[in-house]
Write a protein that binds this ligand. Sequence first.
Ligand SMILES: NC(=O)c1ccc[n+]([C@@H]2O[C@H](COP(=O)([O-])OP(=O)(O)OC[C@H]3O[C@@H](n4cnc5c(N)ncnc54)[C@H](OP(=O)(O)O)[C@@H]3O)[C@@H](O)[C@H]2O)c1
Length: 286
Amino acid sequence: MKKVLLIGSDGMLGGELKERLNKIYDVSDTTIQTLDICDENAVMKKAEEVKPYFIINCAAFTNVDGCETNFDLANKVNGLALENIAKVANSVDATLIHISTDYVFPGDLDVQKVYTEDMSTAPVTAYGKTKLLGEQNAAKAHKYYILRTAWLYGLGGKNFVKTMLKLSEGRDEVTVVCDQHGSPTSTTTLCKIIEQIMEKEPEYGIYHSTNEGFTTWADFAEKIYEFAGKKTRVKHITSDEYKKMFPQSSDRPKNSKLSKEKLHGIGIYPEKFEDALKEYLKEELK
Ligand SMILES: NC(=O)c1ccc[n+]([C@@H]2O[C@H](COP(=O)([O-])OP(=O)(O)OC[C@H]3O[C@@H](n4cnc5c(N)ncnc54)[C@H](OP(=O)(O)O)[C@@H]3O)[C@@H](O)[C@H]2O)c1
């Protein structure tokens, strides 16, 4: 059984991945309580103890607005720590799997178009900047996969779907941004992509890893209510209108549409976002 060092196993993605991988791999997992990824010596010590075939990093500073106000810490966790993790991976001859984000792109591409893995990055948010540094550092591993995901939701964490369901309890109408485009992605789908990458071990590099299909946050909210059988209406507002309501919020990319062609090229076909949402709601609404 191959050994896996799973870092960040109590996060939304890490929690589900741990449960799934435990069935097929010999998994040693760490949380922020047991391993701070900014502690270089501790990461090396752990990897030397486990001698993993794969190191999977699900740990991150994921509060997008918080990254603007707490840049130094966010940059340490999302960016600088990856230099050491890559060094550790090389030292123990492990393959690094690192999770990144659509926010590495500027998001100003014509919304009819999609971002491919080789397109220029130019993040506009502090979160995106720190995650891009993380990518650049993760790529220093001799064997690495960087999986860029987007609009992630899962049972074990705060997310857009849960927020919409909660809001629907007290309101007839919610206000949601209608001019940001992307692919909502369930942690279950992302776990399946990770598992297939681990099984197939395709060419090293960056892979866009989201559910299939594109939507906007407002249209996604409508799908959530439709599938959950809620009568709540969705009022569509632009990002500019949202910014006036919440001036502290950081600007989000208008276009977060990630091409999945490279993933298809290695025989991985994620579910449509609508199907993944239905599966998620079955569990969430139990
Ligand atoms: N959520 C999204 O919409 C989204 C979209 C695109 C990409 N991603 C990427 O997907 C990955 C998984 O995201 P997620 O939503 O599962 O994140 P999450 O739920 O916030 O989990 C991240 C975990 O990392 C831990 N952590 C923070 N700093 C750490 C440190 N110094 N050392 C060790 N652990 C630390 C956090 O602990 P605390 O909670 O105690 O801080 C948390 O348990 C991340 O790389 C994220 O950037 C997420």
